[in-house]
Design a protein around this ligand. Sequence first.
Ligand SMILES: *Cc1c(COP(=O)(O)O)cnc(C)c1O
Length: 404
Amino acid sequence: MTCRPPFTTPPRPTAAAALPEPLAWIEAGLEALRRDGLERPRRVRVGRQGRVVELDGRALLNFGSNDYLGLAGDVRLTKAASRAACGEGFGSGASPLVSGHSSTHAALEAALSDLLGTGDALLFPSGFAANAGTIAALVGPGDVVFSDDRNHASIIDGCRLSRAAVAVFPHRDVAALDRLLAATPARRRLIVTDSLFSMDGTIAPLSDLAAVARRHGAILMVDEAHATGVFGARGSGLVEASDTADGVHVRVGTLSKALGSAGGFVAGHPRLVDWLRHSARAWVFSTAHPPAVAGAALRAVALLADEPHRRTTLLGKATAFRDRLRAAGLDLGDAAAQIVPVIVGSADGAVALAARLADDGLFVPAIRPPSVPAGGSLVRASLACHHTDDDLDRLARALSESRG
Ligand SMILES: *Cc1c(COP(=O)(O)O)cnc(C)c1O
């Protein structure tokens, strides 16, 4: 099979007609984003994710993907996807409860349940849907969700969707959470947190959270999106690495990041998963993702067992890289993983730094509000196992020089 990028880049739309009157307000909204340095242009990638990525015609060293294990462009996933598509067709054709749940999906759910050791697992079309659907299935009016103030947007939206009250606690502040729980009686209480925070690279204090949840009789739900495949002896995430599986009731992960595929999943007690199959609307009312996607993910899960060096190499390099940047005086906050933010402050400053890095051949995206709080803009380097010492050296030097 020769694989070439399928499309040449189409011309970008030029001057568009004026907006229809009922939408005219959008012009002012876009203008405000431009003024605040919050406009978000999209780049066209040609070819695969990997160590080097071609964006808008420029080949750049890639520090801007969640492809932590280098699997997104791995031909073994492509072949596994092709095999699944050959056997089961491309489209899944229906929601899982009707006829969309293929044998490839079933095998993947079993593999994820084995990987996490939970007894059962449920696939969602995306990690976003997994969070939103699960929170809304577990709590409702009269209940309270306790949510870390840096949680991912899909958790925030899940909280809103549930119509439960939401008590936001300061980032990783278990004492504040403890006080909030003591002061907030409710029918059901759900604590929800990312395990590895996507913009800050910080790690949740999972064993302390589990202890607080236990003391207050609360449900503990942990979103491992950036930790799935990267942390833990078996690669299942930070719950495994912190030995807190007994205290975490709901484990969410994604297949879209380190596993190089697409989709999300929830793993937990079989009766919990049974409940979600009846009440998570984002699961019940959405078409199963294609069997090819599940086939690729299944191959990636097998690679976690066969090629553990991918994650161990990555974490070793990430630790050395963070140490080096901190020694050079850069502010990484409490980053402790393969996500390495360099905090700039202003949105304009972050965009300017990202542009200078791109001029040096380095793709390191600027992260601005609403992904981070106002004044907390940063450039975010996502390390992957395929980065060489030389690549990291180039990035470290470019970032250190940028301080001057
Ligand atoms: C990316 C992400 C998700 C969403 O996962 P997708 O599979 O990309 O929809 C959920 N939670 C966190 C913390 C994430 O970073």
